[in-house]
Design a protein around this ligand. Structure first.
Ligand code: BMA
Length: 311
């Protein structure tokens, strides 16, 4: 039997809609970070309009979360943003960067899906910075530090011509982005053949940046979402040191197999710990939030020792 690299938390799912003090239909796809010794989680919820908002929950141990009384991000009323957030805000990722916490999230509107960038320093107030992509981009994640003097991000544009792939871009100021290139593609007849997208913001390891991404396989019974790992060179993250051939997590528990969208595990966040492990968070079937742990070195070794081509 292949070794399981992710140990599921015994108390999964760790958050469901019954834990939320305002009316929502789902809780899923959560970004998580450590702030002031606590774990802060931003999670997506569907409302009964079918549109999404983003809530906040807090935890002492990274597994037992308490949701805050009000949502944290709802569609903006500010003129610069409201037109592009009209249909909702989704899939937040949190990146600690230069003393603040930057949040990338998907903004939906009649024009398509873009990426919003917002910022908080206290998880109480929120400042929207900019819309940093045009349509149609999703799954934008920031690296937690500047590399060679520039901010760096991964994202996943949509196109009819190529299976949806992971791209890299750079910025001098977090607002203006360019020098983009495709760096990881789905592989034909492989678990991620339909499309891939960045998941958790990259984690620095001594061998490279660890990127936990999602990959999708089409079946006669719909798409299956799984998670995989890739390793990017520390001082040049456009260079891929390895993409693990096999997935690290697939839908297995009942709340990952049957639900709002069947057979989905989807990550927006992982928290590295001082002991060399990480806590990984994923949405199950677009309905609940689950957690697990992994040994960072084992994920890095999988990228390096059992690799498939990046493009
Ligand atoms: C993707 C996004 C995610 C979602 C996943 C599975 O396209 O919409 O938010 O979790 O599909 O439905």
């Amino acid at each position: 039997m292949t070794k399981k690299l992710i140990s599921r938390y015994q108390g999964n799912p760790i958050l469901t809609k019954d834990d939320i003090p305002y009316p929502v239909q789902t809780v899923h796809n959560a970004g998580v970070t450590k702030f002031d010794g606590r774990y802060m989680m931003l999670f997506r919820s569907h409302l009964d309009t079918g549109r999404s908002i983003i809530g906040l929950a807090e935890s002492e141990d990274g597994f037992n979360f308490t949701a805050c009384p009000e949502p944290f991000i709802v569609p903006s009323k500010e003129p610069r943003f409201c037109e592009y957030e009209e249909y909702g805000v989704e899939d937040p990722r949190i990146t600690p960067l230069e003393g603040a916490y930057y949040i990338t999230y998907s903004t939906y509107s009649r024009y398509g899906v873009r990426t919003g960038l917002a910022k908080t320093s206290d998880f109480q107030s929120l400042e929207r910075v900019a819309l940093i992509t045009e349509a149609d981009y999703r799954n934008t994640i920031l690296f937690p530090e500047k590399i060679n003097g520039r901010y760096v991000r991964l994202d996943r544009p949509h196109t009819e011509i190529n299976p949806w792939s992971i791209w890299i871009s750079y910025s001098p100021d977090l607002r203006h982005w360019g020098d983009s290139s495709l760096i990881i593609k789905p592989i034909a007849y492989h678990w991620d053949q339909a499309k891939i997208g960045p998941g958790a913001p990259p984690i620095r390891t001594n061998k490279g940046w660890l990127n936990i991404y999602h990959g999708v396989f089409p079946t006669m019974d719909g798409h299956v979402y799984r998670l995989g790992v890739a390793l990017h060179k520390l001082d040049d993250p456009a260079e891929i040191l390895g993409v693990a051939d096999r997935w690290i997590l697939q839908p297995e528990d009942p709340w990952e197999v049957v639900g709002y969208v069947h057979n989905v595990v989807f990550t927006c966040g992982a928290v590295p710990e001082d002991d060399g492990t990480l806590k990984l968070y994923w949405g199950g079937v677009d309905k609940v939030i689950c957690a697990g742990t992994a040994v960072i070195d084992e994920l890095v070794d999988l990228c390096l020792n059992d690799s498939r081509p990046a493009t």
